[in-house]
Design a protein around this ligand. Structure first.
Ligand code: SAM
Length: 340
């Protein structure tokens, strides 16, 4: 699906809370990757995070972003949604050829510069209506309506009903089992998840942004590739399975990057993996990789882990594990071992 980021211009905290929240929720539900809001609004950030946690996805939000700087530095296509533009029906085919799109929606009158900065000024009908409707229909056109098939993985899923409501808790253990994971792998994964969530909560409490739903899913699914192989290739197999299941891309990458404290390209070649860098890059990936390092059938101390790495993977790998432990312990403000 196309990679769309939405830019919300002119958000007035007192007046637009509800409508900007709706833009964020429409962006998420209709398949955009991220929303950027010009004025800082922690309230909307919290709503999006809560929806992600309950209903799934790695949709991102950033507020308090200078529009001029952001739009000028954007390295993809820029689409400005405006009733004065060209018809979406005429330009959708051209727009969807691009793989990175910024869709700008206004609130009050937008600066004239928007019209010249945009590659496309696009109207969803040339009548004044709403930024929420304009965005929803824009997403519908450029995804050919495929946004509706997107899967969401959170704590709950809504089961469509003719009447009434049916909301079920997601059964991820069943998914692991259905993919062929053994009970041993499942027990280990649940332990890794417990520790990863503790680390993530602690880091988040210290004011660092952590995508909790990504940690929740990636820690549970990190070893799904062990349904195919217990060799190191389980990280690649796992990423392939996760992609097939429609898990969020951030989760797929965390699975692929969870080997030790990171397998660089040189080591990947030696290990017979497809040649690329498997180092964990984000805080979520680091948390999952290290929670896994500290977990076997039970939890183990960092000293035990370092010793095991020295014996089995060599000094370089052991050093990386030590450094990752140190980094996460600093972010936690407590030795990660104490969270076990
Ligand atoms: N009066 C404002 C102006 O002249 O720019 C527009 C206000 S309108 C409620 C807020 C936003 O909704 C616009 O900036 C635009 O992004 C979006 N919008 C409204 N009607 C639209 C349409 N027919 N096609 C595309 N976008 C539309």
């Amino acid at each position: 699906m196309v990679d769309v980021t939405v830019f919300r211009y002119g958000h007035r905290i007192a007046r637009d809370k509800r409508i900007t929240t709706h833009i964020a929720l429409v962006a998420r539900a209709f398949g955009a990757k991220k929303i950027i809001i010009d004025n800082r609004d922690e309230g909307i950030e919290e709503v999006v995070e809560d929806v992600n946690n309950r209903f799934g996805d790695d949709f991102e939000i950033e507020t308090g972003v200078n529009w001029k700087k952001f739009i000028k530095n954007w390295d993809g296509l820029i689409v400005h949604l405006t009733m004065y533009g060209e018809s979406i029906a005429d330009v959708a085919d051209e727009i969807k050829k691009h793989d990175k799109i910024l869709a700008i929606v206004g609130s009050k009158k937008v600066p004239g510069e928007f019209y010249s900065m945009a590659d496309f000024n696009v109207a969803v009908g040339n009548q004044p209506h709403s930024e929420v409707a304009a965005l929803a229909l824009f997403m519908h056109y450029i995804t050919d309506g495929k946004w509706i098939d997107r899967k969401f993985y959170g704590k709950f899923q809504v089961i469509p009903q003719k009447r009434g409501k049916r909301v079920l808790e997601m059964d991820y253990v069943k998914m692991l089992r259905d993919e062929g994971c053994s009970q041993e792998v499942i027990d280990h994964s649940l332990k890794v998840q417990r520790l990863a969530m503790k680390i993530a909560e602690r880091i988040k409490r210290n004011g660092i942004k952590v995508d909790m739903n990504t940690v929740y899913l990636a820690s549970l699914f990190h070893d799904i590739g062990r349904s195919k192989t217990h060799g190191i290739n389980h990280i690649v197999e796992g990423a392939n399975i996760a992609r097939r299941l429609g898990l969020p891309e951030k989760v797929v990458r965390a699975i692929e990057h969870h080997g030790g404290a990171g397998i660089d390209k040189e080591d990947a070649v030696k290990l017979g993996l497809p040649p690329k860098d498997y180092t964990p890059r984000t805080i979520e990936e680091e948390i999952v990789a290290h929670a896994d390092n500290l977990t076997g059938n039970g939890y183990r101390s960092i000293d035990e882990v370092v010793k095991k790495f020295e014996e089995k993977a060599g000094k370089k790998a052991a050093e990386k594990v030590k450094n990752l432990h140190k980094k996460l312990s600093e972010l936690c403000d407590i030795d990660v071992g104490e969270l076990i």
